[in-house]
Design a protein around this ligand. Structure first.
Ligand code: NAP
Ligand code: MG
Length: 458
C-alpha cells in the first residue's frame, strides 16, 4: 500500500491530485468517533430530517464544482456529472421527508402488549465503486443517516478527490463523526469491513468483490447489502416501435460510456426488425460527441481506466473474430491520449459470444436476432445476473405480461433504466440482494427489536 492515491484524468492522463491513504490507526479512530457520534444522532429524528434537507441544499449549492471534479476524475460528460450531483441531492431531500417505521404495534394477544421497534445498527460501512461515486454514496449515506446510523464511506481509490470533497461539504452541515471517508485500495476496504465497530456493510461493485466481502463479513456475522453487476437484456416484441426503442436504448447504453450496472447491455430483436433497429441505433450513436468530458458539447468521455478499456476491446475483437458485424464505431473517436472507445454497435451476435453473455461495462452494444420469444426468455432467465431488463411493444398489456416473466430486480416496459429514488432498486441471483431507494432502502439500515410486555406483574 503506497502512502498517497494518485488521481488521473482518464481523458488526458494528467495527474489531478493526491489523497493520503487512511492508516489502520486512523480507521480505528474514525470508527470510534462514528460509534460515539451515532449515539446522539440516533435519538434526534427531527434534527436528522432538518440536517438531511440541509445536505441536499449544500450539494446543489456546489453542483458546478462537484460536477467539474467528477467529470475530470471519473470521465463522464459535464451534463451527466451535473445530473449525478442533482440526483444525489434529491436522495437527501427524499430521505429527509421519508418517515421511517418508528414503532409498530404487534398483533394483539391476551395479557400482553408488544411493539416492533426499528433501530439503527450504529456504524455502517458504505463501499462504493468508481462509475457513479457521488450518487452511489448518496444512495447509501442518505438512508443510513436517516435511519440514525453513522457512516464510514470507502470510495474506489481512483475517485478519492471527488468523494473526499463531497464528504467534506456534507460535513459542513452534519455533526462531527456521523459521516467520514476512508481512502485506500482493497486492503483498506477489507480493514473497514472487518472492523469490530462496523455492524452493517452496504456494498456496490463487482460480483467478485461482493463475494469476497460476504465471505469476510461471515466471520463477524455482519449483515451485508450487495448491489452487484448486471447484464441487462432489452427484448423487443414484434409490435415494438423500433425507432423509439432504438433511440431510447442507445441513450441508455452509452450513458457514462456504458459503465453502468443497469445499462442495457444487449438487445434481442425479432429477425425481421434487425435492419430497422440497427439503422436507428447507429444514427443515435453517430450523433454522440466523443472527447474531453469537461468540454462543452461533448456527450461521451473515455472509459474510466485502462483495464476496463482492455476488457471491452477484447470482447469487441473476439466478437468480430467470431462473426459479429460492425455496424458503427470501433475506433477511438478522438486524438486525446486517454482510454477512449467510440459508441459501437454490433449485429449478428449470438448468446455464445462474451460480448452478449458477459457484462461488457463499456460502449459496445450487441444485437441478437431471434425467432422464438420463449427461447429468449429461457436464455435470459437461465443466466447468472438479474439486475434490470426491458420489454418493448406497442401492445402495452402484452409487453407487461412478458415483462412479468423476466427474472430481474427491475423490469421496465418501453423504457430502460428508469430509476426513481422513491422506488426500490436492486438485483436478484448474481446481481445481489437488498434494495436501495424507497422504504425498503431505508429498512436496509434498520433492525427490528420486539418489546413484549406482560400486563400482569404478579
Ligand atoms: P470493484 O472492483 O468491485 O470495487 C468496488 C469497491 O470495493 C471499491 O471501492 C474497491 O476499492 C473496493 N474493494 C475492492 N476489493 C475489496 C475488498 N476485498 N474488500 C472491501 N472492499 C473492496 O468495482 P469497481 O471496479 O469499482 O466498479 C465496477 C463494477 O461495479 C462493475 O462490475 C459493475 O457492474 C459494478 N457495479 C454495480 C452496481 C450496482 O448497483 N449493481 C453499480 C455500479 C457498479 P478499490 O477500487 O480502491 O480497490
Ligand atoms: Mg476496483
Amino acid at each position: 500500500m503506497s502512502d498517497a492515491l494518485v488521481s488521473v484524468n482518464p481523458a488526458t492522463l494528467e495527474e489531478l491530485g493526491r489523497t493520503p491513504v487512511t492508516t489502520v490507526d486512523e480507521l480505528d479512530r474514525l470508527a470510534q468517533a462514528a460509534d460515539a457520534a451515532s449515539r446522539a444522532w440516533r435519538d434526534d429524528h427531527d434534527r436528522r430530517r432538518r440536517l438531511l434537507a440541509a445536505c441536499s441544499f449544500t450539494i446543489m449549492d456546489h453542483q458546478q464544482e462537484l460536477a467539474g471534479l467528477l467529470a475530470a476524475e471519473q470521465g463522464k460528460s459535464l451534463a451527466e456529472a451535473s445530473g449525478e450531483v442533482w440526483i444525489s441531492a434529491r436522495y437527501f431531500a427524499h430521505l429527509a421527508r421519508l418517515d421511517r417505521p418508528h414503532a409498530v404495534d404487534a398483533p394483539p394477544a391476551p395479557g400482553r402488549t408488544a411493539r416492533l421497534v426499528h433501530r439503527p445498527y450504529g456504524v455502517v460501512a458504505a463501499v462504493v465503486p468508481w462509475n457513479f461515486p457521488v450518487f452511489l454514496l448518496a444512495a447509501k449515506a442518505a438512508p443510513a443517516l436517516a435511519a440514525g446510523n453513522a457512516v464510514l464511506a470507502k470510495p474506489a481509490e481512483s475517485v478519492s478527490l471527488v468523494v473526499g470533497r463531497f464528504v467534506e461539504l456534507l460535513n459542513r452541515v452534519l455533526p462531527e463523526g456521523v459521516l467520514s471517508v476512508v481512502h485506500g485500495d482493497a486492503a483498506v476496504g477489507q480493514a473497514l469491513v472487518g472492523h469490530r465497530l462496523v455492524r452493517k456493510v452496504s456494498f456496490t461493485g463487482s460480483t467478485a468483490v461482493g463475494r469476497a466481502i460476504m465471505r469476510q463479513a461471515a466471520d463477524t456475522v455482519t449483515p451485508v447489502t450487495l448491489e452487484l453487476g448486471g447484464n441487462d437484456p432489452a427484448i423487443l416484441l414484434d409490435d415494438a416501435d423500433v425507432a423509439t426503442a432504438a433511440a431510447r436504448l442507445a441513450t441508455s447504453a452509452y450513458f457514462n460510456a456504458g459503465q453502468m450496472c443497469v445499462a442495457p447491455k444487449r438487445a434481442y430483436v425479432p429477425e425481421q426488425l434487425v435492419d430497422e433497429f440497427c439503422e436507428a441505433f447507429a444514427a443515435a450513436a453517430g450523433a454522440m460527441v466523443v472527447g474531453d468530458p469537461t468540454a462543452p458539447g461533448v456527450t461521451m468521455g473515455p472509459l474510466h481506466n485502462a483495464a476496463q478499456l482492455d476488457v471491452v476491446r477484447t470482447l469487441l475483437e473476439k466478437a468480430l473474430a467470431d462473426g459479429a458485424e460492425l455496424v458503427h464505431g470501433g475506433g477511438r473517436g478522438t486524438d486525446l491520449p486517454g482510454h477512449f472507445l467510440e459508441p459501437t454497435l454490433l449485429r449478428g451476435c449470438t448468446d455464445a459470444m462474451g460480448v452478449v453473455a458477459d457484462e461488457q461495462f463499456g460502449p459496445v452494444f450487441p444485437v441478437v436476432g431471434y425467432r422464438d420469444l420463449d427461447e429468449v426468455l429461457a436464455v435470459v432467465n437461465g443466466q447468472e445476473f438479474g439486475l434490470g431488463a426491458s420489454v418493448w411493444g406497442r401492445d402495452v398489456g402484452r409487453a407487461t405480461e412478458v415483462a412479468g416473466r423476466v427474472e430481474a430486480g427491475s423490469v421496465w416496459v418501453n423504457q430502460h433504466n428508469a430509476l426513481e429514488v422513491e422506488l426500490p432498486f436492486g438485483g436478484v441471483k448474481g446481481s445481489g440482494f437488498g434494495r436501495e431507494g424507497g422504504l425498503p432502502g431505508l429498512e436496509e439500515f434498520l433492525q427490528v427489536t420486539v418489546l413484549s410486555v406482560k400486563e400482569t406483574v404478579a
